[in-house]
Design a protein around this ligand. Structure first.
Ligand SMILES: CCCCC/C=C\C/C=C\C/C=C\C/C=C\CCCC(=O)SCCNC(=O)CCNC(=O)[C@H](O)C(C)(C)COP(=O)(O)OP(=O)(O)OC[C@H]1O[C@@H](n2cnc3c(N)ncnc32)[C@H](O)[C@@H]1OP(=O)(O)O
Length: 184
């Protein structure tokens, strides 16, 4: 992975620290919004990622490339693959138990991904420094140890729920997350 300094944890960054009350090994990580293009059940052409954490620290999910996801004929669009990386990384919010947004996403494309392929996605945190979380992800073709087709490195920045209230529709998020405290 060609990772820039902007997605590399600074010296002294803390290791990943799953929060108390976060999902444990083997538990599913739900959708953050039912109409999300990445994980929403109610999105007609979205990626419909369903994630679990195998160990309480990393996130795994599968994404089967459909015709709606094409760029070149018969092949996944690169932007859609970047979305899959963004989403599986973003699922780490359930481990942090805090809202974060993508500030920077770097993506390497190593192999074409035909329609019908199931990509096995995995994301992990490489460090946390203040509001900044550094994360990486990969997508492997056909199985969890298949060839790597996509790699990504990201900087996520922690925000308050007011970010969504000011710029979007926080009430809809809260309606879908009755168990989430706005000011834990
Ligand atoms: C159990 C709890 C969960 C709660 C559930 C409920 C709701 C959650 C809802 C949504 C969850 C979100 C994600 C869900 C999962 C997957 C979806 C994928 C994620 C996305 O798809 S999300 C959409 C795309 N995303 C955006 O829509 C962000 C637009 N953007 C901004 O909103 C601002 O830009 C922001 C907030 C990023 C920063 O703004 P700001 O004013 O708060 O802070 P500031 O600018 O000071 O940056 C602070 C430090 O980050 C450094 N920094 C910032 N940007 C950088 C960059 N690009 N490169 C390098 N460094 C950067 C600065 O240099 C500074 O560093 P330093 O502190 O060292 O100076």
């Amino acid at each position: 992975m060609t990772r820039s300094a902007l997605t590399t944890p600074p010296p002294g960054a803390a290791g990943p620290r799953p929060a108390s009350g976060a999902p444990g090994p083997g538990e599913p990580l739900g959708s953050h919004y039912s109409r999300c293009f990445g994980c929403g059940d109610r999105h007609p052409t979205g990626l419909h990622l369903k994630a679990v954490t195998p160990d309480g620290e990393t996130v795994v999910a599968e994404f089967t490339v459909a015709e709606a996801h094409q760029g070149a004929p018969g092949l996944a669009h690169g932007g859609v693959l970047a979305t899959a990386m963004d989403e599986v990384i973003g699922m780490s919010i359930w481990l942090f138990r805090r809202p974060y947004v993508t500030a920077r996403l770097e993506t390497d494309y190593l192999a074409p991904v035909p329609v019908g392929t199931t990509l096995h996605l995995r994301a992990w945190c490489t460090g946390v420094s203040g509001r900044k979380a550094y994360l990486e992800a990969e997508g492997r073709i056909g199985s969890a140890d298949g060839p790597v087709a996509v790699r990504a490195a990201a900087l996520f920045v922690e925000v308050g729920m007011e970010h969504f209230a000011e710029h979007g529709d926080a009430q809809t998020l809260l309606d879908e997350h009755h168990d989430y405290e706005v000011n834990p």
